[in-house]
Design a protein around this ligand. Structure first.
Ligand SMILES: Nc1nc2c(c(=O)[nH]1)N[C@H]1C(S)=C(S)[C@@H](COP(=O)(O)O)O[C@H]1N2
Ligand SMILES: [Mo]
Length: 325
């Protein structure tokens, strides 16, 4: 396991002794069994301190899922809720915060269909009650080169998947976002083929880190971040994390996502964060953290699978990740 704070030490200062000490401390923490509790407590305090008091409270217990509590410094709520990609509300990063006030996030239903034993329509309240809420601090990296660290609230998508009993033919899961012109001004434009569709392989969807999120910073999601529920898949580029989901379909064949439809050579199905596979128009080797000085922020190296390699690397064992980008 990699020590997360090693990434914060300038390379010139990483001596064998420093590596040894960091590793020893890390192993001690892990061995004590207190790691999850200690880290979660630390992160929870910080998250709580920044709870904005704007929307309904949605607390979550500190997650014990391995990898779910990065120690990276949190992005501020202000930055996380005003610098967004949500093309249904416009293509400028400031558009969603400006325009998403017209989204009616209640009442809300999600239809589950396709290759499942128990298809059906779930209303938001039953989804909120389906499993205990957890707080998880994830990095999310956009393909455009910025990244954020957000305390999300939700539970593993696997909890919902288990309830609906996928059949043996369910090899992939397709997610569809709301596309309503009356609530979403961007849907009148042809910038994407609406509705927004994304997909995961069933084992990716079942991975405990794949989060069905209903909130952030201890409150329900702001509309611009995908209210009332969205995915957060922390080892993939942000566009895989569909917002304002209305349909989840289990299928045998690999779904075609909106971004793949828009530009097949730029957005592959897997879209794992991978510093070794450049986007055709730009490098993916580095990123800037929102809040660290905008365009002048220092670039940091992008990590394989966004730093979640220990948890998800084995999902891709033996795959050519340049071909399956
Ligand atoms: N429905 C929908 N979901 C979406 C998008 C979108 O345009 N529409 N943008 C994606 C992209 S490109 C990113 S980077 C993340 C941004 O999430 P955030 O605004 O909460 O940071 O949402 C993703 N989910
Ligand atoms: Mo993105």
């Amino acid at each position: 396991m990699k020590h997360p704070s090693l990434d914060l030490i300038p390379a010139s200062e990483i001596t064998p002794q420093a590596v040894f000490e960091a590793r020893r401390d890390w192993l001690r923490l892990m061995a004590s069994g207190a790691a999850g509790v200690a880290m979660a407590g630390w992160a929870g305090r910080e998250a709580l301190a920044q709870s904005p008091g704007k929307l309904a409270k949605l607390p979550g217990a500190r997650s014990t899922v391995p990898g779910a509590m990065t120690l990276d410094k949190l992005t501020t709520y202000q930055d996380a809720s005003t610098y967004n990609n949500f093309y249904e509300f416009g293509t400028d990063k400031a558009d969603p915060a400006r325009n998403a006030g017209t989204l009616r996030s209640r009442p809300w239903t999600v239809t589950v269909e396709g290759e499942v034993g128990k298809p059906g329509t779930f209303d938001l309240d039953s989804l909120l009650k389906l499993s205990p809420m957890e707080e998880r601090i994830y990095r999310l990296r956009c393909v455009e080169g910025w990244s954020m660290v957000i305390p999300w609230v939700g539970y593993s998508l696997a909890e919902l998947i288990k309830k609906v009993e996928p059949t043996s033919k369910a090899k992939f899961v397709e997610f569809t976002s709301l596309a309503d012109k009356t609530q979403m001004p961007g849907v009148r434009s042809g910038v994407l083929d609406w509705p927004y569709v994304e997909g995961l392989r069933i084992d990716e969807a079942m991975h405990p880190l794949t989060l069905l999120s209903f909130g952030m910073y201890g409150e329900v999601l702001p509309n611009q971040n995908g209210a009332p529920l969205r995915l957060v898949v922390p080892w993939k580029y942000g566009f895989k994390s569909a917002k304002s989901i209305v349909k989840i379909r289990f299928v045998e064949k690999q779904p075609v996502s909106s971004w793949t439809k828009a530009a097949q050579q730029e957005y592959g199905f897997y879209s794992n964060v991978n510093p070794q596979v450049d986007h055709p128009r730009w490098s993916q080797a580095t990123e800037r953290r929102i809040g660290e000085g905008g365009l002048f922020a220092k670039k940091r190296p992008t990590l394989m699978f966004n730093g979640y390699e220990a948890q998800v690397g084995q999902l891709y064992a033996g795959m050519d990740l340049k071909k399956n980008f």
